[in-house]
Design a binder for this molecule. Structure first.
Ligand SMILES: N[C@@H](CCC(=O)N[C@@H](CS)C(=O)NCC(=O)O)C(=O)O
Length: 366
């Protein structure tokens, strides 16, 4: 009897579904994708997960996995094959950092471009996902209601009107840096995609490639990035290698530099606030957002919600970094210095965190 496929509940318009789908395709894991319409949320996602979210993956032995990072890690452990985690220190740390950057920071341009340049299209697409059998007019109405919190989240994540130009300048500079990289390498670390590539594909597929105006913009100003998106979404048969000898392409240094300059100050301040919050609420699960803080982009200052979950993602990078000693630590520190990552070296970790749905709680041992 043929083994049952995994079932991926998600959507073409969803950031993290794109990440998991690209991974499943690259690994040639047998899966079936089911659009998360209203019935799927009611009958599967809410009962199995407890809150509305996509993507959700059900394995052939009926284990329910939620959160793209945990889905990928569980499948890496079950399926073997070429790992998406490089095993050499510089490449592995850079891959983890770029996953965190894609997941938790590029959500700012992704949400900005979707809700401020593709709004009507996105409302319609939300409606079509939720009620596939409804008329286009009904879909638009349903989409407006369903998309309301997401459209509002663009502003809460930092895309207030006075920040729009800075968000676009920063994103276009990233596209230039990535174009220079993909001129030389098919993926971030060679001819095989890594967890860093899967982190970046979240924003760069569903929002920045597939939303019509953003896709037209990407194909026009950064065709090499658009080609990488296409490689990521329909990968060739399993093949390819990470560069030998832990080589870190010099074209990735500007990408890491941008992450350290933009995201790290926010993560540092988030850590201080999470530390304070945990001291004031011992043992409690943190809310998804704990107030607002300032952030800077391209010389402009904005405000955004403080997201404890981002620190759970960073903790994966920090755990790996802190596990390194001797020459490996020295090699990684040299890379971090070269990319302006001294804030990462000196990062003051908050108490240990465990994931709790879309937020975090104190880890059981702390
Ligand atoms: N960090 C999670 C986040 C999942 C997530 O944010 N999914 C979005 C759609 S792409 C969602 O369903 N959000 C619902 C919400 O934020 O309430 C992951 O890696 O899967």
């Amino acid at each position: 009897m043929q083994a049952k496929p995994c079932v991926l509940y998600g959507a073409e318009i969803s950031y993290f579904t794109g990440k998991v789908r690209a991974y499943l395709r690259w690994k040639h894991i047998d899966y079936r994708e089911v659009p998360a319409d209203a019935a799927v949320f009611k009958e599967i996602i809410l009962p199995r997960v407890g809150f509305p979210v996509i993507p959700v993956l059900i394995t052939p032995d009926d284990v329910c996995l939620q959160d793209s990072t945990e889905i990928i890690d569980a499948l890496e452990a079950r399926h073997g094959g070429p790992p998406v985690y490089p095993d050499s220190p510089r490449q592995r740390l850079a891959a983890l950092l770029l996953e965190t950057y894609g997941d938790e920071w590029l959500v700012i341009p992704a949400m900005h471009y979707r809700w401020h340049h593709n709004r009507d299209w996105a409302m319609q697409a939300f409606g079509a996902l939720s009620a596939p059998g409804a008329s286009p007019q009904q879909q638009l109405e349903i989409g407006r209601r369903r998309a309301e919190p997401f459209a509002g989240a663009a502003v809460l994540l930092g895309a207030e009107p006075h920040m729009h130009a800075a968000i676009e300048a920063s994103y276009e500079a990233l596209l230039r840096d990535l174009s220079a990289h993909f001129e030389r390498h098919p993926f971030l670390f060679g001819s095989r995609p890594s967890i860093g590539d899967f982190g970046l594909i979240g924003p760069l597929y569903a929002h920045q490639y597939r939303d019509p105006k953003s896709g037209e913009h990407m194909r026009r100003v950064a065709p090499r990035v658009a080609e990488w998106v296409e490689r990521m979404m329909s990968p060739a048969p399993l093949q390819g290698e990470f560069l030998a000898d832990d080589a870190l392409p010099e074209t990735l240094i500007p990408v890491l530099r941008r992450m350290f300059a933009e995201q790290l100050p926010v993560l540092q301040d988030s850590a201080a606030r999470v530390r304070e919050w945990m001291a004031a609420h011992p043992g409690e699960t943190l809310p998804r957002a704990i107030g607002m803080h300032a952030f800077a982009l391209d010389g402009c200052e904005g405000r955004r919600i403080v997201r404890p979950y981002s620190l759970w993602m960073l903790q994966r990078c920090r755990d790996y970094y802190l596990s390194l000693g001797g020459p490996e630590r020295a090699a990684v520190d040299a890379m971090l210095h070269a990319a302006g990552g001294d804030r990462f070296i000196a990062f003051e970790d908050p108490p240990r965190l465990a994931r709790a749905g879309l937020s975090v709680r104190p880890a059981p041992s702390s």
